[in-house]
Design a protein around this ligand. Structure first.
Ligand code: FES
Length: 127
């Protein structure tokens, strides 16, 4: 069996939503101390909906694929739904990750939660 699913390879080779949102409503950055990989997520939120999301990931193939898939999963969705996104859902949407690569999908979940926390800090009225 191939180590990575076709979806992982696809999202690694052609990552969706790569980039920066200059006037983001929320920015989240997380890192994994062990591997040193870093993920940054930018959110543009209007009326409780994630209108746009971009990411920058300095990390392994699984981390890039996880961030790409995670941004696709929350784009256009209500904030409440994005808050519930789990790393498992990201990994499942990618047709699975090798067990020792699951932590890479955790970065995506954490980066989004982090960005939403930042959003609530900057927009306390949105709570
Ligand atoms: Fe670090 Fe994948 S090895 S995020």
């Amino acid at each position: 069996m191939a180590l990575y699913s076709e979806k992982v390879m696809d999202h690694f080779r052609n990552p969706r939503n790569v980039g920066v949102i200059e006037d983001a409503d929320g920015v989240g950055e997380v890192g994994n101390e062990k591997c040193g990989d870093i993920m940054k997520i930018y959110l543009k939120i209007e009326d409780g909906i994630i209108e746009d999301v971009k990411f920058e990931t300095f990390g392994c193939a699984s981390a890039v694929a996880s961030s790409s898939m995670a941004t696709e999963l929350i784009k256009g969705k209500p904030v409440a739904e994005a808050l519930e996104l789990t790393n498992k859902a990201v990994a499942e949407a990618l047709d699975g990750l090798p067990a020792y690569k699951m932590h890479c999908s955790v970065l995506a979940e954490e980066a989004i939660k982090n960005a939403l926390e930042d959003y609530y800090k900057k927009h306390p009225e949105a709570k």
